[in-house]
Every structure is written in C-alpha cells, then in structure tokens.
Ligand binder design. Structure first.
Ligand SMILES: [Zn+2]
Length: 362
C-alpha cells in the first residue's frame, strides 16, 4: 500500500497592516524603548597583557605596592587594583617593551632593586584594558582581577530595559505616532488605502520636534529631498524650529514651525496634543528684562526630536549643531543611518554636544 502524502499546505499570507492600524500600534504598544549607546557599553571587554609577580611573603605586600607605585606607576591601568591575593601587577608588557630590552626579571633585579627578592615567580596575564562602565562589566572584570569602580545610577538605568516610566512611554509613543501621521497626511494625497510598507519600504521621513518642558509640539516637517537635495525632514525641522525664534532660512509653507492645515489634521487625530512654543525672547530683550537665557528657547536646546527613520550624517550633524536633547527614531536606515547603522555620531567624544538616542518602537 502506498502512502499518500498531502501536498504541503501554503501558509496563508498575513494581511499587511494598514498604515492607520500601524500608527495605532506605535501609539498603544507598551514595549519600552532602548537607548543606542556607544560601543564601550556593548562591545566585549578588551584585554591587555600585563606582567604579574607572585610575592614571596604576603606581609610585605603593602611595602611592595608602595615601591611599585613609585617606580612603576600603573598610569593607563589606574582602574585595576595593584594587588590581588598574593599577586601584584608590575607593568604592562607594552610598557616594558617600549622602555627596555630587558626581561621583567632583569628589569626588577636591576631597576627596582629594592624588590629583587620579593617575588617567587613572574607571569604574563591578560587584564581588562579599560575601566568598566556598568555593574555587569565590573562583575565580569572581577572574575579576572579586582578593579576600582563607582556605579553610575543613571547609566545603569539607561542601559536597562525599563528606562521610561509608563507615562513617559505613552508620551514618546504618541509623538512618534504623530510623525507617522504626518507621513500619512502627505502620502494620502497621492494614494488611497495606505499600507505600512508605503512608509517602511520607502524613503519617507517625517520629523516632530517637542519641547518637553511644556509638553508641546514646536515644529513638524516632511521630507522634501526629491525637490531639494538638502531638504531632508530633520533639516527642515531644524529650520522650522528656527522660524519659531525669528530665524529660518527656507521659504517653506510652514511659516511658524507647523503648516496650519497639517496642524488641524493632527489635532483631529490627537485631541490632547498641544502645539506651540515658549515665548521666544531675543538676547537684547533678555538683557533688558534681566532674564536668564534659559527662559527663552534657543535652537533645539532641550527639545526632543521624533523621526520615522534614522537620520543620515548631514541630518544627525544638524541635530548636534541645533543642540537637540534626545532623538527618537523608528526604522533603521541601513545604508545611510548615522545614529546606529553606519556610525553613532552621538557617541563621538570630540563633538562638543551629545544627545541621547532611543529606538525599538516596534
Ligand atoms: Zn538626512
């Protein structure tokens, strides 16, 4: 009897989410956001080779450490404790190689004469090359050697998966949903029945700038790169913010940071969202009224920026110059993204301003 096998059944294709439903999900999801951090938080520990000596007599340890600190200071390895049990760090292998042709035995015997009989053995061992940033790194380090570490409560929280409270999360998700609603508004003029892929698989980008101190939308923009090579949505958003401060370079329709018709469209969908800025006061007025500079907004100082897609290098640098406080994005931009995909501009130490970046809306 031959066995009859059923032909494999095709999985029914999942109906793709409409853009409207997708926006609802962005808004209502309870999933917390994740910070994009510099590599020193996420990369595996880097090790460096050091000479370690096993001391003959543990009672001499503090004297040995004092002599070593004087004659062979640890310099770039300050994060490591000098001793662990009956062993002490002498110096890094690289240090000895750049100082002399001698072996460690010869060097101690001839150049640290006081300790010539202090050690029963010498060995090379690998120890963490940079200080730990987080408790979990410190725990990993402590398995190989003791190190100096002062935990930073903010960093610990930032690296965790519960950074934002429920209420904060609701706000961030709402503003991100507005960024998608901006795309929905413009795209629906070109096409009916928009799907999520009309945004996710295209170059569409929109930006919403928020002043968190008054929980208000300050500026909104939609990408115009097809007509103007530098009018990416973040650049337009920065220009729109400047317009709220008697500035702005581009003659776009959004004369006051937000196009009027778009604003009333968003108000219909997000009834509780506030629009507008704190009073902008020029430097002269601030001086005249003897007011502090913090009483008037300056570029994007303190502002949160919500974008559909990870910004490119130009836009990210624009946001650095504009002094944005936090940048949130939903989709990665694998080819050009400058905050995660291709580089992490916000983590470059030599820049004079740094903002935090959050993602994982999906
Ligand atoms: Zn860009």
């Amino acid at each position: 009897m031959t066995e009859v096998t059923e032909p494999p059944t095709k999985k029914p294709k999942m109906a793709e989410a409409s853009l409207e439903n997708f926006i609802e999900n962005i808004k209502n999801s309870k999933k917390n956001l994740m910070a994009i951090l510099s590599d020193e938080f996420t990369k595996p520990t880097q090790f460096t080779q050091v000479y370690v000596g096993g001391v003959n007599n543990v009672q001499d340890l503090s004297k040995i450490i004092m002599t070593l600190n004087e004659k062979l200071p640890l310099k770039e390895l300050q994060h490591l404790k000098r001793a662990r049990k009956h062993e002490v760090i002498l110096c890094s292998v690289q240090y000895l190689n750049t100082q002399t042709q001698k072996t460690i035995q010869e060097y101690i015997k001839e150049d640290v004469y006081e300790l010539k009989d202090a050690f029963k053995y010498f060995k090379v061992t690998s120890l963490p090359a940079v200080p730990p940033k987080l408790k979990k790194q410190q725990q990993e380090f402590s398995r190989v050697w003791s190190c100096n570490f002062h935990p930073n409560a903010y960093l610990e929280k930032l690296c965790g998966d519960q950074f934002f409270s429920i209420n904060e999360l609701i706000e961030h998700r709402c503003y991100m949903a507005i960024a998608f609603e901006v795309a929905n508004y413009y795209l629906s003029k070109l096409k009916d029945n928009l799907l999520m892929s009309d945004v996710s698989e295209s170059n569409v980008n929109a930006t919403v700038v928020v002043d968190p101190t008054i929980k208000s939308v300050v500026a909104i923009s939609y990408d115009n790169r097809e007509n103007h090579p530098t009018q990416h949505s973040a650049m337009l958003a920065i220009d729109n913010v400047a317009k709220t401060q008697n500035g702005g370079a581009w003659n776009t329709a959004d004369k006051s940071g937000i196009d009027n018709e778009l604003q009333s469209h968003i108000k219909k969908k997000f009834a509780n969202v506030k629009f507008g800025t704190r009073n902008y006061l020029t430097k002269e007025v601030l001086n005249e009224q003897k007011k502090n500079a913090s009483e008037s907004p300056y570029l994007c100082t303190g502002y949160y920026v919500y974008m559909i897609r990870e910004p490119c290098v130009m836009c990210s640098m624009g946001l650095v110059h504009a002094r944005a406080n936090r940048v949130f994005f939903c989709f990665k931009n694998n080819l050009k993204g400058a905050l995660s995909s291709k580089t992490k501009l916000h983590c470059v130490p030599s820049l004079n301003h740094h903002f935090e970046v959050f993602t994982e809306f999906l």
